[in-house]
Ligand binder design. Structure first.
Ligand SMILES: C[S@@+](CC[C@H](N)C(=O)[O-])C[C@H]1O[C@@H](n2cnc3c(N)ncnc32)[C@H](O)[C@@H]1O
Length: 263
C-alpha cells in the first residue's frame, strides 16, 4: 500500500498566474485545501472540485492543522496544504512535516515563486549584477524570533551583497541602523514592494537614508518585501558599466564556441 501523502504547495506571491502548473493541478485535484493566510490568493481556488473543502488555517494551531490533514489523507482524500510564495522560505513547514511523518503521512513540497523574486521582478531589478554583487541573502530583521548568533543583520550586511528582508516592515529603523553600522552609505539603494504581484501592489524606491520615511508616507507596515542592494540603484542601467559577459560578443562559452568557457 502506498503511504498517504500531503502536498505542501507554494502558491507564489499572489498573482494566480504565478503558481506552478503542477501546484495548480494538485489544488484542482484536491479534496481538502488548507491555505495559510491573506497572502494566498483565493482566486487560486476558482476551479477546485465542487465537493472540495477550502479552509484558511490562520487561527488554527499546529495540532489542529495536522489532525485535519491526517484524517483526510487516511480517509483516502487528496490534501493540498498551500503556503505563500515558496514554502521552504519562512514557511514554518518543518513542524508540520515532522508531525505528518510521526502520523505516518508523507509530505512532498512543490516549490513556488518566492516574494523575494516577485518583488525583484516588480521593481525591475537583477539581484546579481556582475562585478557589483553576485550573492543574494534571504533573511529577516530580528524581532520576536531571535536570529542565530552568526546571522545578525549587521554581520550579513557586511557582505554588501543583495539582501532581501522578509517580515521586517515594522523594524525598518533598526534595519537601516544595522546596514549603516555594517558600512553601507545612506545613499545606497533600497526598494520596498508591498503585496508584490497583487492588483494593489506598491513599489517604493528609496535609499537607506529615506527608506523609513518613504514607507511611512506609503503606509507600508506589513506584507512587504524590502530589498537593499547596490543593484537596486536605477542609475546602474544608465551607467552601463556592469554588464554580464554572457551576451558579450567577444566572450564565448559552451554554447557559443571560442576561446573562453563560461560557467
Ligand atoms: C511568513 S513569510 C512567507 C514568505 C513566503 N514563503 C515567500 O517565499 O515569499 C511572510 C512574509 O513574506 C513577505 N511576502 C510574502 N508575500 C509577499 C508579497 N506578495 N509581497 C511582498 N512581500 C511578501 C513579507 O515580508 C511577509 O511578511
Amino acid at each position: 500500500m502506498t503511504q498517504p501523502l500531503v502536498h505542501i504547495i507554494g502558491a507564489g506571491p499572489g498573482d494566480p498566474e504565478l503558481i506552478t502548473v503542477k501546484g495548480q493541478r494538485l489544488i484542482e485535484e484536491a479534496d481538502l485545501i488548507l491555505y495559510t493566510d491573506s497572502l494566498v490568493n483565493p482566486e487560486l481556488f476558482t476551479h477546485v472540485k465542487p465537493e472540495a473543502v477550502v479552509k484558511k488555517s490562520a487561527g488554527m494551531h499546529l495540532e489542529e492543522i495536522v489532525a485535519l490533514m491526517v484524517d483526510a489523507v487516511k480517509d483516502g482524500k487528496r490534501v493540498a496544504r498551500v503556503h505563500t510564495g515558496d514554502p521552504s522560505v519562512f514557511g514554518a513547514i518543518l513542524e508540520q512535516m515532522k508531525k505528518l511523518t510521526e502520523a505516518g503521512v508523507e509530505a512532498k513540497i512543490i516549490p513556488g515563486v518566492s516574494s523575494a523574486f516577485a518583488a525583484a521582478a516588480s521593481a525591475g531589478i537583477e539581484l546579481t549584477v556582475p562585478e557589483l554583487t553576485q550573492t543574494v541573502i534571504l533573511t529577516r530583521a530580528e524581532g520576536r524570533t531571535p536570529m542565530p548568533e552568526k546571522e545578525k543583520l549587521a554581520d550579513l550586511a557586511a557582505h554588501q551583497c543583495s539582501i532581501a528582508l522578509f517580515l521586517s516592515a515594522t523594524l525598518i529603523k533598526k534595519v537601516v541602523r544595522e546596514f549603516i553600522e555594517a558600512g553601507w552609505n545612506e545613499n545606497d539603494a533600497a526598494v520596498v514592494v508591498y503585496k508584490a504581484s497583487w492588483p494593489d501592489e506598491k513599489v517604493v524606491r528609496a535609499t537607506l537614508g529615506t527608506l523609513h520615511e518613504a514607507m511611512r508616507q506609503h503606509k507600508i507596515t506589513k506584507q512587504a518585501m524590502v530589498i537593499v542592494s547596490k543593484a537596486a540603484d536605477e542609475s546602474i542601467i544608465e551607467k552601463g558599466t556592469f554588464e554580464s559577459k554572457l551576451y558579450d560578443k567577444t566572450f564565448t562559452h559552451g554554447y557559443r564556441k571560442g576561446a573562453a568557457v563560461h560557467e
